[in-house]
Write a new protein. Structure first.
Ligand SMILES: Cc1cc2nc3c(=O)[nH]c(=O)nc-3n(C[C@H](O)[C@H](O)[C@H](O)COP(=O)(O)OP(=O)(O)OC[C@H]3O[C@@H](n4cnc5c(N)ncnc54)[C@H](O)[C@@H]3O)c2cc1C
Ligand SMILES: Cc1cc2nc3c(=O)[nH]c(=O)nc-3n(C[C@H](O)[C@H](O)[C@H](O)COP(=O)(O)OP(=O)(O)OC[C@H]3O[C@@H](n4cnc5c(N)ncnc54)[C@H](O)[C@@H]3O)c2cc1C
Ligand SMILES: Cc1cc2nc3c(=O)[nH]c(=O)nc-3n(C[C@H](O)[C@H](O)[C@H](O)COP(=O)(O)O)c2cc1C
Ligand SMILES: Cc1cc2nc3c(=O)[nH]c(=O)nc-3n(C[C@H](O)[C@H](O)[C@H](O)COP(=O)(O)O)c2cc1C
Ligand code: FES
Ligand code: FES
Lengths: 304, 262, 304, 262
């Protein structure tokens, strides 16, 4: 079956992307597979300046999942563009830059800089990070703030598609999705991590230096599917589904509830070949299930 | 190396040749050997397919030994993953990827002092077994569990070893004193290679700085990916730098890190 | 160590309760243990009238967890009081009635009826169910509605403690917790299930008849711990922690972040003896860890 | 029975005596037998401790047979749990609780027609093996997989059996016809006991109603708890009633349910 999908102006050779923060800057996993076969890659979240990230414990294993509090450590957009982008096969596989910033102006500046780079195919805006200036609220938890962040990036992104990455830690994720759609988002991706915590009863301390971190992995797949399903029924822009995908079957589940493409996240820690093997396995599985085209399958969940 | 070759080198489904359980939760696993070239201190990630998604993450383990016969791993049960690993039996297949990270640096002619705390012995096993000049090696081994749980009898046949029980504060003071004396002895042309719990490495780092020894430490931080993509394994470096233990280490020269200030 | 804890006027001989919906009406698991040894039992959610529950698939297994959409099937408060309550050792183990209703008046009526029964030690108010009259919004997702439901129950509950059971499907659970504290809640319990979904890519149908259901089990423990930790720092009433508890270690984790008592939920499907064995195991574990009293341990997580 | 006795009866850590794998994913597990009194159609919940939390739920399985020698379970691999169960080896211990639910009702002197679809054979195995008057039993067996995967050769030695392949719509029509004829034959003093997939049971229910046979069906719905506390196993009953398969069933008289309308 033809695997190509269109995503907000991009053409992906298949619907499999890597999720931000789980695939480094795109070059590190080259020993496990060839990124040219992937639908696209989303790189580690970039900010205007390099950031050191959180001190102390950064990862904790949890049942069927993990917590992380990397604290958005990154080398800064400039160094990524100079040192990594030239080594990525961006001519063959779209490279999406995941970005975050502390305020709207910073978002705008970052977007302008990255959208200007030939090798950057699009921007994924992480609005789940704390907004320092607004006292710890998160852009992604308030529809107005989400819309403003979206608009700030959209305005500077030129002809590059802008994907808003949504947080599941909200009362109604469809409200945020509609807000960013209205603000010009070309697509949304969801879900980012759930708020979670792990503690050590012997040391009486939290396992993560930041106390609370982000939960990912198979544990959250049911939450992610539900969020994607609901958002797909509320917006007209394409939706990228992720959260706990470990197999081609999982990927098809997201597509069945309406996702245009999917991202492989922390499951690639458990199997670094996963993003690559998923591409071929997905094709086989479509064959097995007699799926004839994405159009025929996508969103065709029967709820009656 | 082309991508295709690297890929073949890194990722393996290996057959279990043999398992061995010792007292107090110590285990050996011998796997059909892959043809890796490796350095002591390098590690691999292991994740049997039978784990479903719980435990979720792979487990980092030092390459205890690798030769034509077997890839050997040696571990102590501490939690869910290391306990599940004890269910492996010969004939089973396990998925591993490696060799990962930077190992210890030394030349065969150098006098080398090995400092191991508990399971920190693991990366030194193969080093000792295969070193062309075992007379250049000496080991100080601090341990809590019974000595019989470790392959120390075997290692003592090849090199000079000093074992010190490390259970009470008094034991610890004795261990520190012994290490101090030895580290001073290796501070000229020698090298000091250390592996063990964090406080052990801090102590070694401090003693090394104080005595001008050239020391390398192996950092065992929790890891999610093992190959540089998750940024979960950061260790604080000197001068406010941050390193990733899995690709910049796990072996660091003591001065690169800020351990002696911990 | 002395295991007794005080919970909003009740005295529990130990902090282990069963969670609503996972222990039937209290008599069904008698073959697995003696409820007289439990700190308390919370029975299946009761409504004024019997309800048939949801048709179609009601449970689905997920990684380290499960989805349910029982649809609040129950025999009605009256039949519970007549047929089950007399068979429960309520003189020795507090029996908490979990209740839900479609509007405030119904909550008040139900509370009045149940609070009047000698064998009912307290009420746990499930505000995570859809409020039919307000068009599908949920009491538990809006602070004002939550407060009104709480006040309606509190007013009629006489001297019986009222525990508000909070939903994690909100942007800020502490906001809801503060609202019900202000409205007179004697305690809060959390978390109820997360919204989740499972689909079958072969039949192209959702696994649950209700499409979306509630996720429980170890998968959600990090989310639950985080919610309990945050709520404990914001309210002064006692907090009952639950979500994914499978062991005495898990129970202590909740107490370490501040919970007064804990509930064992779906893990007792995987091991029906769990609520019972937890009681003795918890005592042993306190011994092992040198915990001298609940006061010395509870909430004493060191985050610096 | 006191609570203490019941508890001892229900919950067990049993030792695996033997495992046997047949073709196309069929497996036998023989466990050290508990001293249960049981009825065919009753089931148990099984959950090996090694499962960590994934799979999370226990798995319901019919008691295929139980005597002084062994508690026997017979299953077909369909998903994660039944696949993991194939890793069990003799000497392992598994946790089971049972016997659960209501089994089939019949008296030794009654003529009984057994109708089994695929794995629906499981609850009839012990019934056939231990029935004091096997001449009163007759079995119609509809199957997709190869006959050799089922213990049919053995059962045919004791009772009259009719096997029909059930793969195509044509096969199904033949099976229906055969069952119809037989059900008519048992509509007087006889009993019809059926176990199999839902459409199979619907067909049996309809044929039974049309021919006035007294039929019992065994309902295999997903279950979380198996003992009445979760309300997850509901089956629609006649007249809008809802039953719980685990405690009200899994065996129901066909008239109690509304299967023939499905
Ligand atoms: C480079 C490296 C080499 C190692 N070599 C060996 C070895 O040869 N032999 C040996 O016995 N141990 C070794 N360890 C430690 C070993 O990885 C841990 O003991 C093991 O991961 C614990 O897993 P668990 O499931 O039993 O414990 P759990 O506590 O259940 O593990 C939970 C999580 O924490 C991580 N974790 C827990 N303890 C440690 C630890 N001490 N170090 C790193 N991660 C940890 C686990 O990997 C897992 O992600 C090494 C660690 C590293 C980083
Ligand atoms: C009373 C009863 C007796 C049974 N006896 C037998 C038997 O003797 N031999 C046998 O092979 N099978 C029997 N089954 C069916 C057996 O329980 C399922 O095949 C098994 O649970 C599937 O688990 P899985 O992990 O392989 O599949 P998965 O699809 O991974 O299971 C996911 C979830 O769905 C449930 N589930 C999936 N299929 C079924 C099913 N057909 N029936 C009930 N639950 C299901 C599982 O229990 C689990 O909770 C019986 C079922 C019941 C209710
Ligand atoms: C270690 C780690 C780092 C992450 N970093 C980022 C990030 O920088 N930006 C971002 O938008 N999401 C980040 N995420 C979230 C993932 O992209 C993804 O949304 C989430 O993990 C859920 O998917 P999964 O369950 O497949 O991992 C990170 C996740 C992990 C585990
Ligand atoms: C089958 C099932 C039925 C439930 N029914 C109720 C209910 O009637 N009322 C209620 O407040 N919570 C109900 N719950 C939620 C649990 O009480 C609990 O909050 C949730 O399952 C999280 O805990 P756990 O992870 O330990 O199961 C139900 C949960 C399950 C699994
Ligand atoms: S373990 Fe992932 S970057 Fe080091
Ligand atoms: S399986 Fe839980 S009530 Fe029947």
């Amino acid at each position: 079956m033809e695997q190509t999908v269109a995503l907000g102006g991009l053409t992906l050779k298949n619907p499999v992307l890597t999720a931000s923060g789980t695939f480094g800057y795109g070059t590190e996993a080259s020993a496990f597979g060839d990124v040219r076969f992937l639908g696209g890659i989303v790189v580690k979240g970039l900010s205007l300046e390099a950031r050191p990230g959180n001190p102390g414990g950064r990862i904790a294993e949890t049942p069927c999942g993990m917590l992380n509090s990397i604290g958005l450590e990154n080398i800064g957009a400039g160094r990524f563009v100079r040192e990594f982008l030239p080594r990525l096969p961006w001519q063959e596989t779209p490279v999406v830059a995941n970005i975050y910033a502390g305020d709207y102006d910073e978002f705008a500046e970052l977007a302008a800089y990255l959208a200007d780079q030939e090798g950057i195919a699009g921007l994924e805006v992480n609005i789940s990070c704390p907004n320092v200036r607004a006292g710890g609220a998160r852009f992604g938890q308030d529809p107005d703030m989400a819309a403003k962040a979206c608009a700030a990036v959209r305005e500077k992104a030129g002809d590059k598609p802008v994907i808003l990455k949504l947080s599941p830690n909200v009362t109604d994720v469809t409200e945020i999705a509609r807000a960013v759609e209205d603000a010009g988002a070309d697509a949304v991706s969801l879900i980012n991590t759930l708020s979670g915590m792990a503690v050590d009863i012997r040391t009486r301390r939290p396992v993560l230096g930041s106390v609370i971190g982000g939960l990912s992995g198979p544990a959250i797949k049911p939450v992610a599917l539900q969020a994607v399903y609901r958002v797909c029924r509320e917006v007209n822009i394409p939706v990228v589904g992720l959260g706990g995908i470990t197999s081609a079957e999982d990927a098809l589940e997201f597509i069945l509830v309406g996702a245009r493409a999917v991202q492989v996240g922390s499951a690639s820690f458990a199997d670094p070949q996963l993003p690559f093997s998923l591409v071929s396995r997905l094709e086989e599985l479509c064959e097995e299930l007699g799926i004839e085209s994405w159009e025929e399958f996508r969103g065709r969940i029967e709820t009656e | 190396m082309t991508t295709e070759e690297q890929k073949m080198t890194l990722h393996h489904d290996l057959k279990v040749l043999e398992t061995e359980s010792l007292d107090s939760g110590f285990h050996w696993l011998r796997l059909n050997p892959p043809s890796w070239s490796w350095q002591p201190g390098q590690f691999l990630m292991l994740r049997p397919r039978e784990w479903s998604s719980d435990p979720f993450l792979p487990r980092p383990l030092s390459i205890a030994d690798l030769d034509g016969e077997a890839l050997s791993l040696f571990w102590h049960v501490v939690g869910k993953g290391t306990r599940k690993m004890t269910h492996l039996r010969s004939g089973d297949r396990v998925r591993v990827w490696g060799p990962l990270g930077r190992g210890f640096y030394f030349e065969p002619h150098m006098p080398v002092l090995l400092l191991a705390g508990g399971m920190g012995l693991a990366p030194f096993i193969g080093l000792i077994r295969h070193h062309p000049h075992p007379e250049n090696l000496e080991l100080i081994f601090g341990h809590r569990e019974d000595l019989s749980s470790y392959p120390l009898a075997e290692l003592s046949k090849r090199i000079l070893t000093w074992s010190l029980q490390d259970r009470t504060p008094k034991d610890l003071a004795k261990l520190e004193k012994a290490m101090k004396v030895k580290i001073q002895g290796y501070s000229g042309d020698g090298r000091v290679l250390a592996c063990g719990p964090r406080p052990f490495l801090s102590m070694v780092s401090r003693l090394s700085r104080e005595n001008g020894a050239r020391t390398q430490v192996c950092m065992e931080t929790p890891m999610a990916c093992g190959h540089g993509v998750c940024l979960g394994c950061s260790v604080p470096g000197a001068g406010g730098r941050t390193y990733q233990a899995c690709v910049d280490g796990p072996v660091f020269s003591a001065e690169e890190l800020a351990l002696d200030q911990e």
